[in-house]
Design a protein around this ligand. Structure first.
Ligand SMILES: [Zn+2]
Length: 73
């Protein structure tokens, strides 16, 4: 579940909330109980959205026998 950053417009407190992406823009309550915190744009919001492979799969070594090879080395 992505982590979102919020800031309370009443006391200026910033805090983080973990919530489903579908509720990302829903109103949040700050730790002091004020009910008008707004979500900040944060790099955390993209966590879990895209996962690219860190590196390409290694190429098979050239010249080796395959699984179906009958030689006895
Ligand atoms: Zn507050």
């Amino acid at each position: 579940m992505p982590l979102y950053e919020f800031r309370c417009r009443t006391c200026d407190e910033t805090f983080e909330l973990r919530r489903p992406m579908s509720e990302a823009s829903a109103p949040a309550t700050c730790p002091h109980g004020h009910d008008n915190a707004v979500r900040l744009l944060s790099a955390f919001a993209s966590v879990g959205a895209v996962s690219a492979p860190a590196s390409a799969p290694a190429a098979r070594p050239a010249g080796g026998c395959g699984a179906g090879c009958g030689c006895a080395h």
